[in-house]
Design a protein around this ligand. Sequence first.
Ligand code: ATP
Length: 255
Amino acid sequence: MVIQLRGLSTGYAGVPVVRDLDLDVDEGEVVGLLGPNGAGKTTTLLAISGMIRPLAGEIEVLGSRPSTRQPHLLPRRGLAHVTESRNLFYELTVKENLRLGLRGSKADKAKGMSDAFELFPALVPLADRRTALLSGGEQQMLAVARALVSRPKVLLLDEMSLGLAPVIVERLLAAVRDVASRTGCAIVLVEQHVHLALRVVDRAYVLAHGTVSMSGTAEELNAQRAVLESSYLGDFALDDGATDAAPGASAVAAG
Ligand code: ATP
């Protein structure tokens, strides 16, 4: 396993907001972390990348425990975390931000740069623009592109679709799926567009109030769309296609 959480409880100022969480992500897998606002999805990603510490339980990422003292060293070991705040350098241009994510030889870097622009053609005319002058959606594309060009072994994506048009979200999710399958990168995806997420993830965990309320393969969860929807308690509607449920499969009720 690339990521393994066992009985993880974590939170803020000693107060747990995620409790007793078991989660596994294997090489090449895309795993969704779903659930309503405040369920603990962002908190879980922060714990995986070592930004906050466990209150109980174990976290193993790429064979070792993330050090909360040195979370900045994780990128060197192959972990990229696209947070909701994007962590871009706003005074730098688009190209300069991308360059910061590039790894390897000169040829690898040139290829990485052209791959990023191929993935997000909307960034091409903005290549020399200062990042602060980009729209929210354009900044979001840049943050994801920068994470991908670093060729991570673990990629944590926190609501990368925020501010993006659904057609871009679909393209982005397909690209993420492709990266996992092609490179073996293990990806954890927090995504509000549940029906879109379930088209690309292998498996997903649904959090509610800090614990897992459902988990299963995408097919199993699709077959349980009504239950999945009710776990959101009307926080927001699943925006389409309860109709693409695959009948017959059953999600694992974890709690
Ligand atoms: P969203 O979809 O709204 O981003 P989420 O599932 O990612 O929600 P978290 O951001 O992990 O949820 O929040 C889980 C709980 O932890 C919430 O009750 C939230 O208020 C609380 N929380 C988040 N950040 C902090 C913080 N820095 N200090 C104290 N409590 C926090």
